[in-house]
Design a protein around this ligand. Structure first.
Ligand code: SF4
Ligand code: SF4
Length: 561
């Protein structure tokens, strides 16, 4: 490999790399506003100027190709003077309104003002004023005065979303951003421009002014909006999720996520419709009861059905661990082979960027976990027919909404003798349930999802339930669990009694006379590695923060159901 020298260190680089790329691969961060590893080079912000021996002038690191033997300085007197000058120019017309800016605390301009500027301005004239609070589209607000004209947002729409919507208008210090006439920035990925805007010029209409960045904790997780499984950070204050942002994973979602995933996949966690306690139907109404009463009601009623009249429906919304125990529960505890899960396909949702036709996070995981018919039992179509023909009399439904999915079956479902539902929120199916167990959401438990392309990934709790609080007290982990989940913001806020599905099934199985030994999701996963070939040799630490590719038979993106 060829070598370059940066600030006295000799480093290897790949032929064809620019100086900024070569430096980055070697752990050296050259300051940059307009450059982004996934966008074309525009070279307009000039903060990445570096000095190269034998070159007459400073060069921009983002567009200068590294060559063998180059000797580069990123912190010479000339470079520092250039950085100071660039920062002085950029700040001349900037409103310096950090105290009311959403970006404060995660703003490149703020960070570089500390690191690369002299900290004072010689400009005493009136600043140029530009339009503020311009709605570029349904999800993104623009503040012209904060914009430093880096063009990242324009290039994102052109090159990544492949939907040219933004352009520069005007000239000189009056230059600003606009959508093309008659157009909105409404592409399905528009909110990524907020993440890559290096200043607070683009903000989220949904999140604006909700919290300061430093008042929230964030935990690494996975979006549940489709089978891509985009890597995300969940941002929480006072035990309430306030936003999701994409987390870089080159093998899954690069730096991006779609607006649907960002906006529509977390609000149910803190919604009014959350189920806080177990429920039993009495005199036609669901009544809150304690866990013991709900378990004993479930035991006494489940025992009255022959096994061929019972069906269990697992869920591609639930984790591998939840589905693994669902399968065990059906086979070993209820002794029914009528076991499957509902497929959720939406061809209109899919695109060639990230979004997939399967709008659930874990179809492949549910399949590998064994949520499939067993010993000549019924598959999902057979179960639905059995409900319609009133041959299935008891339905055990895990984390799905069968009535919403199959409204034509509503009257048959209403005639079931028993329906037990695990659900985080009241929905069309809980309307007909006899017993409801409150289930933890993806944001309240540890577990794994296997995405549509065979990448096994972990979710972690970001929001506390009473159950998690108790488990943590028991583990004496003082606000940091063994996987590094941060609980800084868990001290206050509303908590509910939801439990992970696997935990509910462990308790119910015990009450039905079948003991399962699990006390943590991790133990279930370790058991899965013994019985599922594809998971052999894995554990939560091996899966880590970016997941692991495993071999699956095919991309099980769903077509039926
Ligand atoms: S709005 Fe942000 S991303 Fe777009 S040009 Fe201005 S500073 Fe750059
Ligand atoms: S592409 Fe799918 S997984 Fe990614 S953010 Fe959108 S809905 Fe979520």
């Amino acid at each position: 490999m060829p070598n370059i020298t940066i600030d006295g260190k000799t480093l290897e680089f790949k032929q064809g790399q620019t100086i900024i790329e070569a430096a980055r691969d070697n752990g050296i961060d050259i300051p940059h506003f307009c450059w982004h590893p996934k966008l074309s080079v525009s070279g307009n912000c000039r903060i990445c100027l570096v000095e190269v021996e034998q070159m007459p002038k400073l060069v921009i690191a983002c567009s200068t190709i590294a060559s063998e033997g180059m000797i580069i300085y990123t912190d010479s007197a000339k470079v520092i003077a250039a950085q100071n000058a660039v920062m002085e120019f950029l700040l001349i017309n900037h409103p310096l309104d950090c105290p009311i800016c959403d970006e404060a605390g995660e703003c490149k301009l703020q960070e570089y003002a500390y690191n690369y500027s002299v900290g004072e301005s010689r400009f005493v004239e009136e600043k140029v004023h530009k339009d503020k609070r311009i709605k570029l589209g349904p999800n993104v607000m623009f503040d012209g005065e904060r914009c430093i004209s880096c063009s990242r947002c324009i290039r994102f729409c052109d090159e990544i979303a492949e939907d040219p919507e933004l352009t520069f208008v005007q000239r000189g210090d009056h230059v600003t951003i606009r959508t093309y006439p008659g157009q909105e920035m409404d592409n399905p990925y528009s909110m990524n421009t907020i993440d890559i805007c290096p200043v607070g010029a683009l903000t989220s209409i949904d999140f604006r002014f909700k919290a300061r960045v430093w008042d929230m904790s964030s935990n690494k997780s996975i979006c549940v909006g489709c089978s891509r499984g985009c890597n995300i950070d969940i941002w929480v204050r006072n035990n309430e999720i306030l936003r999701l942002t994409p987390r870089h994973n080159e093998d899954v979602n690069s730096y991006w996520m779609c607006d649907h995933g960002r906006l529509n996949t977390f609000k149910f966690v803190n919604a009014e419709s959350r189920i806080h306690y177990p429920q039993i139907r009495k005199d036609g109404n669901l009544i809150e009861v304690g866990w013991d009463e709900a378990f004993s009601e479930a035991v006494s009623r489940l025992k009255t059905f022959p096994k061929d009249q019972i069906a269990v429906i697992g869920s591609s919304f639930a984790t591998c661990e939840d589905n693994f125990l669902t399968a065990k529960f059906a086979k070993n505890v209820l002794s029914t082979g009528n076991l499957d899960f509902i497929r959720h396909a939406n061809p209109d949702f899919a695109d060639d960027i990230l979004r997939t036709e399967d709008i659930t996070p874990n179809t492949n995981g549910a399949l590998l976990a064994g949520v499939t018919p067993f010993q000549a039992g019924l598959d999902i179509n057979g179960i639905l027919k059995g409900i319609k023909d009133q041959k299935i009399r008891a339905l055990y439904l895990i984390e799905d909404d069968i009535v919403q999915k199959f409204p034509e079956l509503e009257s048959s479902i209403a005639k079931l003798d028993l329906m037990i539902v695990h659900s985080s929120n009241f929905n069309s199916s809980t309307n007909y349930a006899d017993i409801v167990f409150p289930a933890s959401t993806f944001a309240e438990k540890h577990g794994t999802f296997l995405n549509g392309f065979g990448v096994l990934q972990r979710i972690r709790p970001a929001v506390a339930t009473s159950e998690l609080d108790r488990a943590l007290d028991g583990m004496k982990m003082s606000r940091l669990d063994k996987f590094g989940t941060k609980f800084d913001s868990w001290a206050s806020g509303k908590k509910n009694e939801a439990r992970p599905t696997w935990k509910i099934l462990v308790s119910l199985s015990k009450a039905l006379g079948f003991k399962m030994k699990y006390t943590m999701g991790e133990e279930i996963f370790n058991d899965m590695t013994a019985s599922i070939n594809e998971f052999k040799g894995l554990d939560y630490n091996v899966i880590g923060e970016s997941g692991i590719q495993i071999k699956i038979k095919k991309n099980n993106t769903v077509k039926t159901g």
